[in-house]
Design a protein around this ligand. Structure first.
Ligand SMILES: Cc1cc2nc3c(=O)[nH]c(=O)nc-3n(C[C@H](O)[C@H](O)[C@H](O)COP(=O)(O)O)c2cc1C
Length: 254
């Protein structure tokens, strides 16, 4: 009979990628990139050290998907320029040498974006509703977001697709689309923050359309078939917000 320890330290294969164990470094936003949106070397070295110390899976921080309205925290990273790709290429090569599977996480903050750190100074969301919580970094209320137009939706999808292409070019084994924690994609999924009356709002299927039929499909078209594609989702409450992706979810259970 297998003990829990055996499972934890046993390998797992998905597609043609073998995780040597079930220990992973979670995606962690570091706010440590320069103006070029490339993390400082010590942040990159931190990831590689985790692999050298035995982690089977190493996630990057959440990478911001465009230069317009996606960014929620200062000094975040992107992967849409050759320099950014080349910087991450060194990391994926080092992670591979150390035996870890590498995943780059991609996100757009939506109404939790911070206009001061976004080049376009805009904050967009499925519906014009501000979060109840304050911005944890400066204690100010979040601004009222602009409701996303059809053009904004296209632009955001393109940002995910281009960033995924950048991640694949940098040699990542996989990509994770961040659909959790109250950021843009989960704002679409939840009837709490999505009050749209078009094809992106209302029914569960409509609220999932942005993620499931559009972002995931656009990303898939840009990445090789062997690249892993993960999606992170929140099921229950997020901080004080009565957040629900699924009508039946109660107390974090589905
Ligand atoms: C400093 C910090 C930054 C984080 N940034 C992200 C992020 O960029 N993307 C994400 O999906 N989760 C992020 N998280 C959540 C973690 O991935 C993880 O789910 C959370 O820390 C709970 O796991 P733990 O109990 O092992 O800490 C962050 C957590 C911390 C502490």
């Amino acid at each position: 009979m297998k003990t829990d320890d055996n499972v934890l330290f046993s390998p797992l294969t998905i597609k043609n990628h073998t995780f040597r164990n079930r220990l992973g470094v979670a995606p962690m936003t570091r706010m440590a990139a320069g103006r070029d949106a490339i993390p400082h070397q010590d942040v990159l070295d931190f990831l590689v050290r985790r692999a050298e110390n035995g982690a089977g899976l190493v996630y990057t921080e959440a990478i911001v998907t465009d230069y317009e309205s996606a960014q929620g925290y200062p000094n975040q990273s992107r992967i849409t320029t050759q320099r950014q790709i080349d910087a991450w290429k060194q990391v994926t090569a080092a992670l591979k040498r150390a035996g870890a599977v590498s995943i780059m996480q991609l996100f757009h903050c939506g109404r939790m974006a911070w206009e001061d750190v976004n080049p376009a100074g805009r904050v967009i969301a499925p519906s014009p509703l501000a979060p109840q919580q304050v911005n944890p970094l400066n204690g100010d209320p979040y601004p009222l977001p602009e409701e996303m137009s059809a053009f904004d939706i296209e632009h955001v999808i393109t940002g995910f697709a281009e960033s995924a292409r950048g991640a694949a070019a940098a040699g990542f084994d996989g990509i994770e689309i961040h659909g959790a924690h109250g950021h843009l994609i989960s704002q679409f999924l939840s009837s709490y923050s999505n009050k749209r009356t078009d094809r992106y709002g209302g029914s569960l299927a409509n609220r999932f359309r942005f993620a499931r039929e559009e972002i995931i499909q656009a990303v898939k078209a840009f990445i090789p078939a062997h690249t892993l594609l993960f999606f992170r989702i929140s099921i229950g409450a997020f901080q004080t917000c009565p957040y629900r992706c699924f009508p039946a979810a109660r107390n974090g259970r589905t």
